[in-house]
Ligand binder design. Structure first.
Ligand code: AQP
Length: 334
């Protein structure tokens, strides 16, 4: 049997070039080698306030973007998290298994909450428990994640182990992170030390997958850089985060290594490099944008594809949830 993979993405905005190069693009080839579930995790998105009309639009946009990037509902299960209520139910069971001390150590909560922790939703705090439920609800053993999510996977393994131990079962498997060979970390266009994020207040900080060609070119033109020309070795980019980011993006969208990009562009200033980068990005992203727009014209077909995905996901999830509840001693509904 193929390894089962689960991965999710929050509909907290339009997917960015960062989501694409760091996650979505790597999900596509996995459809041929793994048994894949890909989920638009709307329950996670509401851990930070979303206007209802935005959440609705962004959920469809995210699903359309995933399809436009090459996810194929015939080769993977693509669905919306809230369409399978078992996620929330197992999430609650895990709230009662995970220890507060474990959650207190999660650095992502501290990063997102900053000095404002008292005002954050309790959902944001227990988010890693729901993430553990997302994965273990399918007994998935492989999870494509960025570095920033590794701590959450360790927590999911702690939950699985404690559950198995406390209830004397061997129900939940061990989860392994899957770091894709081509996964790239993309940084903000305004600050090369901060990751590109779909919810960054500045639209200029990111390339959205539905940006028009002119917007892409303008954002790259205005991207923060330094006055030095491009060097001929990667080591010389160490202390130039913005330059390194743009070289990394060029490498990722043209299927080269950053060193090869430097070999081709060394000595050029950004006045020369940026238009070349904008052209490469437009060539790569405009077919995705066109396909997204086409899919969003027929929301009935899109919603139907998501419903079929949810049905397939639920068929796997419900027996596993039932096993977990039986192990805990819940009275079955008869
Ligand atoms: N800048 C990035 N570079 C590489 N990978 C990235 N990912 C996100 N940003 C970058 C990867 O995208 C996947 C889905 O992310 P998510 O939507 O679940 O949440 P996130 O990581 O918090 O992404 P954002 O865009 O920053 O969303 P917001 O702004 O809502 O918090 C993950 O695999 C992530 O590693």
């Amino acid at each position: 049997m193929q390894q089962r993979v689960f991965s999710g993405i929050q509909p907290s905005g339009v997917p960015t070039l960062g989501n694409y190069l760091g996650a979505i693009r790597n999900w596509v080839p996995m459809q041929d080698t793994h048994d894949c579930l890909y989920c638009v995790v709307d329950l996670h998105a509401i851990t930070q306030f979303q206007k209802p009309e935005d959440l609705l639009r962004q959920t469809r946009e995210m699903a359309a973007a995933l399809l436009a990037c090459g996810l194929d509902p015939e080769r993977c299960i693509l669905f919306v998290q809230s369409h399978v209520p078992a996620h929330a139910e197992l999430g609650w069971l895990f709230n009662c298994v995970a220890r507060l001390g474990w959650l207190n150590r999660m650095t992502q909560f501290k990063d997102k909450a900053g000095k404002n922790a008292e005002n954050m939703s309790s959902g944001l705090y227990v988010y890693p428990n729901l993430m553990a439920a997302d994965i273990l609800l399918y007994k998935a053993t492989s999870v494509p994640v960025g570095d920033d999510q590794k701590q959450h996977l360790e927590l999911a393994n702690d939950i699985a182990q404690k559950f198995n131990h406390d209830y004397g079962v061997a129900l939940f498997p061990r989860i392994e992170p899957f770091i894709g060979a081509t996964a790239a970390r993309v940084m903000s266009l305004r600050d090369g030390t901060k990751k590109m994020s779909k919810s960054d207040p500045s639209d200029q900080s990111r390339i959205n997958l539905n940006d028009a060609d002119d917007d892409i070119a303008n954002k790259i033109k205005r991207a923060k850089t330094d006055p030095e020309p491009l060097p001929d070795s990667l080591a010389e980019l160490e202390k130039r985060p913005e330059a390194r980011n743009l070289v990394g993006i060029m490498a990722a969208v043209t299927g080269r290594e950053p060193a090869q990009v430097l070999a081709a562009h060394a000595g050029q200033g950004f006045g020369q490099f940026k238009p070349a980068l904008a052209d490469a990005l437009v060539a790569h992203l405009s077919p995705i944008r066109a396909e997204m727009a086409r899919l969003l014209e027929d929301t009935d077909a899109l919603d139907a594809a998501l419903r079929r995905g949810a049905e397939k996901a639920e068929a796997i999830a419900l027996p596993i949830l039932a096993e977990a509840k039986a192990a805990m001693g819940f009275l079955p509904r008869r």
